[in-house]
Design a protein around this ligand. Structure first.
Ligand SMILES: Cc1cc2nc3c(=O)[nH]c(=O)nc-3n(C[C@H](O)[C@H](O)[C@H](O)COP(=O)(O)OP(=O)(O)OC[C@H]3O[C@@H](n4cnc5c(N)ncnc54)[C@H](O)[C@@H]3O)c2cc1C
Length: 359
């Protein structure tokens, strides 16, 4: 059996389970479950759970039926009668995937990997032990210390900050307030909300301003918790599979920037990529599965960032052509373009509205 060392968290655990079918796998993760810092809004699509074949029942905190988008002067909402996404308890979710990996034969080492050396094998050191294997997987999230140690490139990223806070909102609708760089979000959980922002500038100042604005229109109470994090930006040229003579190194999840550039969501895409960790050609495997989708998300993000002055027009367009968005998919952006194409055939005059947004 081949030996594989996986360093990292939730996506590492998900991938380790698949690897354990043909590998002796050691999973090194520094946090004990209860200490795990949560830097996630925990919004995962229902279809995403189905794709990953995970039953979400144990970690659902809230069910979401739609989304409201806000620009400076207008808004647009998609409201359905069915659950489209779940707000989950990330600690419980991460723990469930870890236990599932352990049940599949993965050896769990609850320590920090402090040093990596390449010799006849990869040698990974923790405070108390040393582990050797031909295959090494970095699933270290948006912590790029080990990338730097191995002289690997580091993806570009956005800064993100989120507060858990009492805030008046509809319990089954998420809110996305579009900003120049990205958006601010308000996700209802269970009597409180996760309110956050991501961007390039001073996110603390931007989030505090956003909350001050919210307070002008609705009841917003005390902050219960603050979480900061990084959101890596997908780069189609970012290499995720390395070979050093007979040693293999693979990157997955946020460590490989396998994140939707539209929303910063990385759980579903990272897990889908992790299913290919045992493939002979990992790079081809995951790209065939989700590469085009991640690229589309990136193109949409670039388009939005360039056209931020047109957000009012875009939301007016969305209000006029709601059908396009109703059967969209939170993870697979290609569905939106298919719907757009179909609407174009049905309503050629739509071209005038599209022209208004583009130019
Ligand atoms: C504010 C914010 C909100 C977000 N909201 C959402 C959302 O609503 N939905 C969504 O899908 N995604 C969201 N994301 C993104 C999502 O959190 C990540 O895409 C996801 O957690 C990536 O999983 P991962 O396993 O790659 O990394 P992580 O979840 O970060 O796990 C990596 C783990 O590796 C461990 N580690 C790192 N280095 C070492 C080491 N040397 N030794 C041992 N262990 C190590 C870390 O401690 C960590 O536990 C959000 C991100 C942020 C910042």
């Amino acid at each position: 059996m081949h030996k594989t060392i996986v360093i990292g968290g939730v996506i590492g655990a998900y991938g380790a389970k698949f690897l354990a079918e043909n590998n002796e796998v050691a999973l090194i993760e520094e946090h004990k479950n209860e200490e795990q810092p949560v830097h996630c809004a925990g919004l995962i699509s229902k279809s995403g759970f189905e794709r990953l074949n995970i039953n979400p029942d144990k970690f659902i905190l809230n069910k979401i039926r739609g989304a409201k988008f806000f620009s400076q002067n207008t808004s647009f909402e998609i409201r359905t009668n069915e659950t489209k996404a779940y707000v989950i308890d990330r600690k419980r979710f991460d723990n469930e995937l870890l236990n599932s990996a352990i049940d599949s034969g993965v050896r769990f080492i609850n320590e920090r990997a402090t040093d990596i050396n390449a010799g006849e094998n990869w040698t990974v050191r923790t405070k108390s032990s040393e582990f050797n294997a031909k295959n090494l997987i970095l699933a270290t999230g948006a912590n790029y210390k080990l990338h730097r140690m191995l002289n690997l490139p580091i993806p570009k990223f956005l800064n993100a900050l989120q507060y858990e806070i009492f805030a008046e909102c509809e319990q089954d609708m998420v809110e996305l307030h579009l900003t120049k760089d990205f958006f601010a979000w308000l996700i209802p959980v269970d009597g409180y909300a996760r309110v956050g922002i991501a961007g390039y500038g001073n996110v603390r100042e931007n989030l505090d301003n956003f909350i001050t604005n919210l307070r002008a229109h609705r009841k917003v109470g005390e902050i219960l918790m603050k979480h900061a994090g990084l959101i890596p930006i997908y780069d189609p040229k970012f290499k995720t599979d390395y070979k050093f003579s007979d040693l293999n190194l693979r990157l997955v999840g946020d460590a490989a920037a396998q994140v939707k550039a539209t929303t910063g969501g990385g759980v579903v895409m990272g897990c889908l990529a992790a299913r290919h960790l045992a493939d002979k050609n990992y790079e081809n495997g995951w790209r065939k599965d989700i590469g085009n989708e991640l690229y589309l998300h990136l193109m949409i993000r670039k388009f939005l960032n360039k056209r931020y002055k047109k957000f009012d027009d875009m939301l007016a367009f969305a209000n006029k052509h709601k059908e396009i968005f109703y059967s969209g998919d939170m993870d697979f952006a290609s569905k939106l373009f298919k719907n757009l194409g179909l609407e174009f055939v049905r309503h050629p005059l739509m071209a005038t509205d599209v022209f208004k947004i583009l130019f």
